[in-house]
Every structure is written in structure tokens, then in C-alpha cells.
Design a protein around this ligand. Structure first.
Ligand SMILES: [Zn+2]
Ligand SMILES: [Zn+2]
Ligand SMILES: [Zn+2]
Length: 288
């Protein structure tokens, strides 16, 4: 029996028979739902007990996704007719001991984000050939516009595309269900279209995480008064996977690398810092 939970703790998961092989998918619904890339662990649905305020988004004719209605954390993806549920690895300590095995829709992966070692590569065409049905049309190409998976939330950013960073802290992993990768902005540079219903979860005393209340799509982290890594009021970190075009943003850093599950890692010569290093630098006024 393996036990897991969402970031706020309201949703708990108990399961047996969780696959040791983790999957990653770059299709539109997956990456907008989880904030960078959809990650899953196949689990027999009848060996899985989920309790708490789960909301379900019917993402297509044949599939649905579950998320926590309190904090927005990604919980699962499933084919409605199937007997397998794909649990998000971020629910569990160390991704329940699983190792990344394959990567779907690799042609939609942004150049800056590469798993190391590289898992088995499956193109969208190859994936489609082996599947009865697939989700997700080709994404629009705009680096300064974005939205959630269901389309209820749409936003624009001003300025030029900046770099991105990654965080593997416990809260980021549980909230996204996998990897949190973001690009920094200011609240005043962010324009939300209309008045969509949002989940605004206070993830720490001075900051909150925002997701779509309808689909659970991860949107951004927002500093309200301040945070432990030196963020100031009005700083936002936009989830990379929510942007229409994820390209053109080099990966500059990975934070909390000591909390990253052993089953995946990322290539590149960017900065890597442990939790202790991040906190020590922010205490002395260094780069958050
Ligand atoms: Zn929750
Ligand atoms: Zn949505
Ligand atoms: Zn984090």
C-alpha cells in the first residue's frame, strides 16, 4: 500500500499495484493541466482509493482528469472506459519509487527542457497510430499568451519572453503532480480575459497558487506579501505549460534539487541548488 496526498492534504490516495514505469506527455491537455508536462503512473483503478474534495474535468469524449477542489493539485487522468487510472507521481514521496520510462508527443517538447537520461521517445504520430483516440489539437504559436486546459482562463503577458526556472519542492511537486517549471513576471504585466472562476490556494503565509476551477489547469504562483525565497508582493511565476508556445525560454535554474524524485532528472548546465542553498542565498539577498 502506497499513500499519497495533494498539496493541501484534503485529497488522499491509497493504492497498490502502482507501475514502476513513469510516463510523460507533452500534448496540450496534459501540459496545461500539470503546468509543464503530464506525468503519470498506471495503476489498476480497483486497487486505488481516493478521498477528499476531488473535482473532475471531462477533458474529452473518452477521458477525464481529477484535481483537488481546494488547492488545485493534479490527482489523476483516466480513460473512462478503461480499468487503469494514471495517478500523478507528485502525489507520492519520491514518485512512489518509479522511474521515467517514456515520453509522448516529443515533437511538442520545448527545446530547453530535456530529460536526462532520455526516456523512450514517442512522437504524436506514433502515439496516435497505437491509440484509438487522442486528445489535444496542435497548440497556437504565441509565446506571450496562455490559458488553462479547458479554455475558460485566457491571459496575456506584456514584454519579451524571459527565461524559465524549475522547482522540485514538496509543494510544487504535489500541486503540479510532477514538475513545476515557470517564467517570472509581474502581476501588472498579466492581463486576464473576462472573469473566470479561479482556485486561489494560500500555499504559504505570503503567497498563493492559482489554477482554473473548472479544469484544474495550473496557471501561476503569486506572491501576495512575501515568500521564503525572497519574492516580493506582485511577483508571479507563470507555469510554462500554460503558455500557448513554450519555446524561446532557456532554463536557468533548478531549485530544491535535493527534493527531486530519483526517477527523473533534466539535462543542461544550468544552476542547481538544494533547499538549504536556496534559503541561504535568499537570506543574504542573493538571487531567489
Ligand atoms: Zn488539495
Ligand atoms: Zn480551465
Ligand atoms: Zn517549489
Amino acid at each position: 500500500m502506497t499513500e499519497g496526498r495533494c498539496a493541501c492534504g484534503a485529497v488522499t490516495v491509497r493504492a497498490t499495484g502502482i507501475s514502476r514505469q513513469m510516463s510523460a506527455c507533452w500534448c496540450q491537455p496534459c501540459r496545461r493541466f500539470q503546468g509543464l508536462v503530464g506525468m503519470g503512473l498506471d495503476t489498476p483503478a480497483d486497487q486505488c482509493t481516493i478521498t477528499g474534495p476531488v473535482r473532475v474535468w471531462r477533458s474529452s469524449d473518452f477521458a477525464e482528469r481529477g484535481f483537488c477542489g481546494t488547492c488545485g493539485s493534479s490527482i489523476w487522468f483516466r480513460d473512462i472506459a478503461g480499468d487503469i487510472i494514471e495517478l500523478c507521481p507528485g502525489l507520492f514521496h519520491n514518485a512512489a519509487g518509479a522511474t521515467l520510462h517514456h515520453e509522448n508527443f516529443v515533437e511538442r517538447r520545448p527545446d530547453a527542457i530535456r530529460f536526462d537520461p532520455q526516456p523512450q521517445q514517442i512522437s504524436g504520430a506514433a502515439y496516435a497510430a497505437g491509440a484509438l483516440v487522442i486528445e489535444g489539437s496542435a497548440p497556437p504559436r504565441d509565446r506571450m499568451a496562455g490559458g488553462c486546459a479547458c479554455g475558460a482562463v485566457r491571459f496575456r503577458l506584456v514584454g519579451a519572453p524571459g527565461a524559465c526556472g524549475m522547482c522540485h519542492c514538496d509543494t510544487c511537486r504535489r500541486w503540479t503532480g510532477g514538475v513545476n517549471c515557470y517564467t517570472g513576471a509581474r502581476l501588472e504585466d498579466l492581463t486576464i480575459e473576462g472573469e473566470p472562476e479561479l482556485i486561489r490556494w494560500a500555499s504559504s503565509p505570503g503567497a498563493r497558487r492559482v489554477s482554473c476551477a473548472n479544469c484544474g489547469g495550473k496557471l501561476w504562483y503569486e506572491v501576495v506579501t512575501g515568500d521564503e525565497t525572497g519574492g516580493t508582493a506582485g511577483d508571479v511565476e507563470i507555469a510554462l505549460g500554460t503558455l500557448d508556445d513554450m519555446g524561446g525560454r532557456p532554463l536557468l535554474s533548478e531549485s530544491y534539487v535535493d527534493q527531486r524524485p530519483a526517477g527523473y532528472a533534466f539535462a543542461g548546465d544550468h544552476r542547481r541548488r538544494t533547499r538549504a542553498e536556496v534559503l541561504a542565498e535568499s537570506a543574504t539577498g542573493g538571487q531567489p
